[in-house]
Write a protein that binds this ligand. Sequence first.
Ligand code: ZN
Length: 376
Amino acid sequence: MLTLFKNARVYSPQYLGSKDVLTGGKSILAIADHIEPPAGVDVQTVDCTGLWLVPGLIDSHVHITGGGGEGGPISRMPELQLGMMLEAGVTTVIGCLGTDGITRTVESVLMKVKTLRAQGVSAWMYTGAYQVPPPSITGDIMKDIALFEEVIGVGEVAISDHRSSVPSVAELTRIAAHARVAGMIGGKAGIVNMHMGDARDPFKPIHDVVANSEMGYRQFLPTHCNRNDYIFKDALEYGKKGYVDITTSGWPYYQDEEIKPSTALKLLLEGGVPLAHITFTSDACGSLPGFDPETGKLIKLEMGLPSSNLREVKDAVLVDGVPLEQALQVVTSNPADILKLPGKGYIREGYDADILLLDAGFNIVHLMAMGKMMIR
Ligand code: ZN
């Protein structure tokens, strides 16, 4: 079955103009000013007049088997459901464990990746969790990354946080070195996804690793860089050398502490951080607890959703004035490039047919994943 998208305003994420896009099987076959449906072949034609055609979104930090748990058993969050991805325009997720690397396992994350793939979307994962040494499938993060096609790196390893294992510089250096070499062997990015906590001078452990080893800043992808004003201030400097990931699902729950993600993108760009260094992730299926400031009692509990990424891209464009083709990069080509995701992140011939069609209000009109229409 071929699908022909007619007269779409194509953002690859670069703006290509008004184009027709032809897909067949799981791939983008052709992009041109005018494509005629081939005779004698079954073609579904989709009129895209007035719509933006953009790459299916990539959400590269999602607790796909359910996160949370730090507020006790009641705060364990459920697994990601396919519909939560699709209604967010997301066609690729990277799964990970978080605080709870004890009762949640890397094996179950691997099986959930396989489930999502069987449901028609794309998924990869990090081995490990907050803890050091990181939990793994084989007992060795190097073997996990080198041998399992689904495993692209290690994470989220917690630093600068009371919930971390308080890893030493030597321990972090070894994790980064092993991720790097295993990535080379397995043809992966071998990235270490770092959970950044609330401690002061939060990037110091990464600076120490880079200063005392052969590791470079691009071995690390620190997340939650907008969690408070002082980490964000440091991220404005750090981002000139390394990658900076902004978490979107905490907004508006923690608006007293966090920098709004859309505004964070604008400020990072104004501060001279290269656009290619910036990503947005939802941290979906993580818990968002609220505590009574007087008694410390849990008084509310929400769950992060993948839809926060598209919401913040929308606000970046409509409220903060970031051009659409720049805002799109933080959820498409940037994670694909940083994490070396094959066939992902671009509207290009030969790439996977992951295609999102939006109206000018950022409403999802159609969504295709791996060549199949998931939303019409
Ligand atoms: Zn985290």
